[in-house]
Design a protein around this ligand. Structure first.
Ligand SMILES: Nc1nc2c(ncn2[C@@H]2O[C@H](COP(=O)(O)OP(=O)(O)O)[C@@H](O)[C@H]2O)c(=O)[nH]1
Ligand SMILES: [Mg+2]
Length: 442
């Protein structure tokens, strides 16, 4: 019997910027597309045939440029460049273990930083959103310290709007530099083009980044008193807020709302290298994501009333430690890496206990081999290596538990160049990608 019907799944791949989402999707899809050439085992050695890319229809979210990214990895020997903050990709194929159905997967690459905009999605009214953000900044002591200057300027009804906007951006810049999440509008941190705010002084960040869709349509939360005294400013903020909500936030949240399955990428080497601030920040983003996805949380309920698909609960979550090829093999084999992943995600998991959870340590693009000496790897360092030489280098030992405190630079992992066959028919070598797929696609 001809298989004409298809079973559909919507899967969000998420994590913070530079955590490996683009490379993960590129490699996973390459394995499916060139299944015969892949070392990829799922559902008791089932086969995939007739892989087909389908056009996705969205005016706001770009189609994932699979061929382009594959070529980047294979031909140029460099990692894919940043072009957009989010992508969609749909494909369809036959799997030998399914008799009557094709499988259709719709992937959605959702940048974790946008979770800070969940209140913009949930609260369509600009004034209510302003109240919400201001009370959040005021009621959290650690946030209030960075926002003090902003509350002061808002008390002055004759302060020009431009100064107020700049002061809000100084607050956002301070929050970024102090590793505090809730950077909203989140394009201040991660632009629509997928570019993150570079390190710099508070003033530099505030001058370089826009608080909104672009520099011509910035918005910030204003107090009720200030709005009443300056109705024309309030109107302008309202307009720019709506524009941002329509163009940046709602397309992503509508897509996220459709996903009952989630792959959350966690970049252990970067978290260890970045220090405890980065760890806390990432953990908070994760918890906010799960609060948002819970249909009966206060934010979830509001989202369900504006977005059609929000009501259905999450089914499956794969927590995947990405870039395992930067970690020493023994720390993967003895379970240390997975232990760290489990500790980091334990609270998020309890927020939505009904879903099915699994933990994986994987690498989309295995770019190292074990070195001769203990705790060394061999690969091509991405920095200070103009000839792209393969060298043996030391790798930090993973701690068994996340430490009480650690500084940026306490753990020094080496960023690598991708090691991928030039023959684009041969998908990248990977670690454990098939296990993630086996769990999430069934
Ligand atoms: N060694 C190694 N590095 C990786 C891997 N995947 C991603 N990276 C590195 O992480 C960077 C960011 O990856 P990308 O997929 O663009 O992250 P995104 O911002 O989450 O989409 C890349 O430029 C690489 O330097 C991997 O499998 N192995
Ligand atoms: Mg990306």
């Amino acid at each position: 019997m001809k298989k004409i019907l298809s079973k559909n799944d919507n899967i969000a791949v998420t994590g913070i910027a530079r955590g490996g989402k683009t490379v993960f999707l590129t490699s996973l899809l390459a394995q499916l597309e060139e299944f015969d050439q892949a070392d990829f085992s799922f559902a008791g050695n089932s086969k995939i045939e007739a892989f087909k890319e389908l056009r996705t229809r969205s005016d706001f979210i770009r189609q994932f440029p699979l061929d382009r990214y594959r070529d980047f990895l294979a031909m140029r020997g460099s990692w894919p460049e940043k072009t957009s903050d989010a992508y969609c990709y749909s494909c369809e194929y036959w799997r030998s273990d399914w008799k009557f159905w094709k499988q259709r997967l719709n992937f959605f690459d959702f940048p974790g930083e946008r979770i800070a905009d969940s209140a913009i999605a949930a609260v369509p009214d600009y004034r209510k959103w302003s109240e919400h953000i201001l009370s959040h900044l005021k009621n959290h002591k650690s946030l209030f310290e960075d926002a003090r200057g902003y509350f002061e300027i808002l008390e002055n009804p004759s302060a020009p709007l431009e100064e107020i906007i700049f002061e809000y951006k100084l607050t956002l810049a301070r929050l970024i530099l102090n590793f505090k999440p809730l950077i909203t509008p989140s394009t201040f941190l991660l632009s629509k083009e997928g570019i993150t705010a570079k390190k710099g002084s508070v003033n530099e960040l505030a001058s370089q980044r826009a608080s909104g869709l672009d520099f011509d349509s910035e918005f910030v939360p204003l107090s009720r008193e200030y709005c009443e005294q300056n109705p024309e400013y309030a109107e302008r903020m309202h307009k720019n807020f709506r524009l941002y909500r329509r163009n940046v936030v709602m397309p992503l949240y509508r897509e996220l709302g459709k996903c009952r399955k989630l792959i959350v990428l966690i970049d252990l080497p970067t978290l260890l290298a970045g220090g405890v601030g980065q760890y806390n920040d990432n953990r908070q983003i994760l918890q906010d994501l799960f609060q948002t996805l819970r249909p009966d949380s206060s934010i979830g309920r509001k989202l369900a009333s504006t977005i059609k698909f929000w009501q259905r609960p999450l089914e499956k979550v794969a927590f995947a430690a990405s870039k395992a090829d930067m970690i020493y093999n023994d720390d993967i084999e003895n379970g240390t890496a997975e232990g760290l992943l489990r500790q980091l995600t334990s609270k998020a998991r309890k927020i939505v206990p009904e879903a099915e959870y699994r933990w994986f340590v994987c690498s989309a693009c295995q770019s190292s081999v074990k070195g001769e000496k203990p705790y060394t790897l061999r690969g091509r360092p991405a920095r200070n290596n103009p000839e792209k030489q393969i060298v043996e280098f030391e790798v930090p030992r993973l701690p068994e538990n996340w430490p009480d405190s650690w500084q940026p630079g306490d753990y020094r992992f080496k960023a690598l160049l991708p090691e991928v066959p030039k023959n684009t028919q041969k998908p990248p070598r990977h670690i454990n990608l098939d296990a993630v797929f086996d769990f999430i696609a069934n």
